[in-house]
Design a protein. Structure first.
Lengths: 66, 741
């Protein structure tokens, strides 16, 4: 598994970050365990955390594009 | 001519031979053992790494991290190790990637190849300045010169080399142009003596700290700057390598500088570095005059398309307002929509058109016009199409005609057949009410979640994903920054305000990215007061689809007016400084179907997982209050405010009550009341203004407690709660005074 390919690119500032880096906001949040959003460590723009469904969709689209 | 050939030809015009550095001052070093590739993210480092090393690279996680680092032997000399470091925007770490790159440099390298995106010279020069401070010999590779040339940007590599005192190699890595010169230039890698000038207090402290940090393989100034910036990730290294007494002296210098610079040392150092990079960039780059003059034919076409789209939106908007009677329906409206669609297709197909849209979207006057067009199209898609068609089908047909009657029938038959085994008749009726009663889990919680909100937020998330993937959001931040500057909100404070349109709770957490307490408190207050979350905004847009267009205008004017007035006053009451917005503008891109689908599905999944349980919880609370007879008392107690002040039906109190759990739930309650014919347009606007300005949801409240303490959280809620009702009451009186009902 290529960790760099799995990184998320922030749509606002272009920072590439891993899921773990995006979850740092969860430590302080009352929704902690249940929130499915990640936060860009640089500008804080939020993106949904990848799930099995979105990973499957990504793979499908990547394959189609290839 | 093929595209590749054209690119090669363009690049020939601008790629020149490597520029010799000031050899006398910086004798070439040739005995390398370790070379590191350093650069901003996505600048083409990997291609240059491949060119320097060949095919075989070892991929490994950097010790103690999940960050991958590529290492390989140099093609020219197998005894030389080349390391591809993670992309960085600075060498005083703000992320794990930056920490890894910093640590690699700290461990000692013989030379660095800095790869830069020629289109973003300032961003690259910020890293160059830090490499200079680190005292590491390096060469600067200006990659993507063809794309810079496409944008009319010409960089004087000779002047840049002379200023920095290092070799500068222009390249187009994707075509291989200039790559050979990188290897040749590397032999003459040199230390740059170009320096950023920092505030006097910082420079004095640097002198003190540098003296304590000499004798390491990297420059003491770089180490001193990290200490001064309060970089905690450097602490283990310092503890290993610096004497305890010196550490205390460094801490003292850091504390004193913090006090003299009012606690903003890292920010001030960054600002100074960016200013130095900007100044150097101005000296060595210019926009080609032929590029400025060229657009005559293209620019005329771009402007024509832009004006056509704007005019079509204005005409459609005027028709919505009833100002143009003939436009209300029929072919003129169709023509106007075709014009908007044609502009969209033009922007999708033409790179020049996208570049023009990108420019317009971030400029002062045109930025507002582009925002207007975007808002109008989103409003029509979410408010009219999704809320009008999809909700009507799901709410009235699926849930109204099938799900609810089916479940009601099943449960009614069970009740009529007698008490369920082991359960009394009263308990069976209670079970019926719990599922399909006036506050039932199916008839209220699931109907609201799946029939009303889901189709609306699906449409809204789809629009948001398109905007996100196109690169519009940074431009929105820039435009909003200008609008909000007047209220005392500047720079980074704007990002959470824009991001609040996603989730207020998270946006409240992100308020900490701002330097000053004034901005943190102000943004938290404004987020809690009047910035709707994405789901609530979707429901509000959905309701506007069924209301006259003046309703949307009144709501927008009141909410923005209140935000502006409260922000303006609070900024003057709270002491503190402002900070700047520093944001890199990516180009406007063609949205990719795969990205849009994945992002929209991801957001919907998040929404369903987070919102539905809270809807169920809120409905259970309503049900329990009703069963205990407390709900009618609460409704009666709130009548002076809800009925007297806002002139709303008593049932609106229930919508406000569930608004405590989630604002979108409260908005959905108002949506349902309007759908049942219990609200006039004026009442709907009054209710929407009040619920938008209403107290933060439970999660947001607890985040405010966590960030600012109970006193601030209670004080904010204590201000917001009556304030929302007072503004709602004012809107009610004002609208009725001008004869609206």
């Amino acid at each position: 598994m290529n960790a760099d390919a799995d990184k998320i690119t922030c749509a606002v500032c272009g920072t590439r970050f891993s899921e773990d880096e995006g979850r740092t906001c969860h430590v302080e949040c009352p929704l902690e365990g249940r929130c499915q959003l990640l936060s860009c460590p640089y500008c804080a723009h939020e993106v949904p955390a990848p799930t099995r469904l979105t990973r499957w969709l990504s793979r499908r689209f990547r394959r189609t594009a290839a | 001519m093929t595209r590749q050939a054209a690119r090669a030809r363009r690049s020939e015009l601008h790629v020149v031979d490597p520029v010799p550095a000031l050899q006398a001052e910086h004798p070439p070093r040739r005995c390398f053992q370790r070379i590191a590739l350093v650069g901003n993210p996505n600048v083409g480092k990997s291609v240059i790494f491949g060119a320097l090393t060949g095919a075989y690279a070892t991929v490994s996680n950097y010790p103690g991290t999940t960050v991958e680092v590529l290492r390989a032997a140099a093609r020219a000399d197998a005894s030389v190790e080349v390391i591809d470091t993670p992309g960085v925007n600075g060498l005083t770490p703000n992320s794990e990637d930056e920490r890894v790159t910093r640590d690699i440099l700290l461990g000692g390298v013989d030379a660095v190849v800095q790869v830069a995106d020629a289109k973003n010279l300032v961003r690259a020069l910020v890293v160059s300045l830090q490499l200079a401070e680190a005292g590491v010999p390096f060469v600067l590779v200006l990659n993507m010169m063809d794309e810079a040339a496409d944008r009319g940007l010409a960089i004087d590599a000779t002047a840049l080399s002379a200023a920095l005192g290092v070799q500068v190699v222009p390249t187009v890595a994707v075509t291989g142009h200039g790559l050979k010169a990188v290897g040749e230039a590397l032999g003459a890698a040199a230390v740059s003596h170009y320096r950023a000038r920092y505030p006097v207090a910082a420079e004095l402290a640097l002198l003190r700290i540098e003296r304590l940090l000499s004798g390491f393989p990297v420059g003491p100034r770089w180490l001193a700057l990290m200490c001064l910036a309060g970089d905690d990730t450097l602490r283990p290294w310092l503890q290993q390598n610096v004497a305890s007494a010196d550490l205390v002296a460094i801490e003292d210098a850091h504390r004193e500088t913090q006090a003299r610079l009012h606690g903003h040392v890292r920010y001030q150092l960054n600002r100074a570095r960016i200013r130095a990079a900007e100044e150097l960039s101005r000296r060595v780059s210019r926009v080609r005059s032929d590029a400025a003059a060229a657009p005559s034919a293209t620019a005329a076409r771009e402007i024509a398309v832009g004006v056509m789209a704007l005019a079509a939106c204005v005409v459609l908007f005027a028709a919505d307002l009833g100002l143009i009677g003939e436009m209300a329906s029929g072919w003129p409206r169709l023509v106007a929509w075709l014009c908007v669609g044609a502009a969209g297709v033009a922007a999708y197909q033409s790179g020049e058109m996208r570049a023009a849209v990108g420019r317009w979207a971030s400029q002062r006057g045109t930025g507002i016009a582009v925002l207007g067009v975007v808002l109008y199209v989103v409003y029509r898609f979410v408010g009219v199409f999704a809320a009008g068609t999809a909700v009507a089908f799901l709410e009235h047909t699926v849930f109204g005609d099938y799900v609810n009657p089916l479940l009601t029938g099943v449960i009614d038959r069970a009740v009529a057949a007698g008490p369920v085994a082991g359960v009394g008749a009263q308990a069976t009726r209670l079970l019926r009410d719990l599922l399909v009663g006036p506050y039932g889990l199916v008839s209220v919680a699931l109907t609201y979640a799946f029939a009303i909100i889901l189709p609306i937020v699906s449409a809204f998330f789809l629009c948001f994903s398109v905007l996100e993937d196109s690169g519009y959001l940074p431009r929105l931040a820039v435009v909003v920054n200008r609008v909000f500057r007047g209220m005392g909100l500047n720079g980074k404070a704007v990002l959470p305000m824009v991001l609040g349109l996603g989730c207020d709770t998270m946006a409240t957490l992100t308020a900490r990215i701002m330097e000053t307490r004034k901005e943190r408190v102000l943004v938290t207050l404004l987020l809690a007061l009047g910035v709707p979350c994405s789901a609530q905004l979707g429901v509000i847009l959905g309701l506007f689809g069924a209301l006259p267009i003046w309703a949307a205008l009144v709501w927008g004017a009141v909410v923005l007016g209140v935000l502006f007035a409260v922000g303006f006053l609070a900024a003057r009451l709270l002491p503190g400084e402002r900070s700047d917005l520093i944001l890199e503008m990516p180009p406007i891109r063609r949205p990719q179907l795969g990205n849009i689908v994945v992002k929209t599905v991801g957001r919907l999944e998040w929404y369903l997982k987070e919102a539905v349980p809270i809807f169920v919880l809120g409905t259970l609370v309503l049900f329990a209050l009703d069963a205990a007879g407390a709900l009618s008392r609460i409704v009666r107690a709130s009548e002076p405010a809800v009925v007297g002040l806002l002139s709303l039906p008593p049932q609106a109190a229930e919508a406000f009550l569930v608004g405590f759990f989630r604002r979108d739930y409260g908005s959905a309650g108002i949506y349902a009341l309007f759908g049942r014919g219990l609200l006039t347009p004026v009442q709907a606007v009054v209710a929407l203004v009040t619920i938008t300005l209403f107290v933060p949801c439970v999660a947001n409240f607890f985040v405010i407690v966590k960030e600012h303490g109970w006193r601030t959280a209670v004080a904010m809620s204590g201000f917001i709660f009556p304030f929302a009702f007072l503004v709602g009451g004012g809107v009610n009186v004002a609208l009725r005074a001008i004869g609206l009902r």
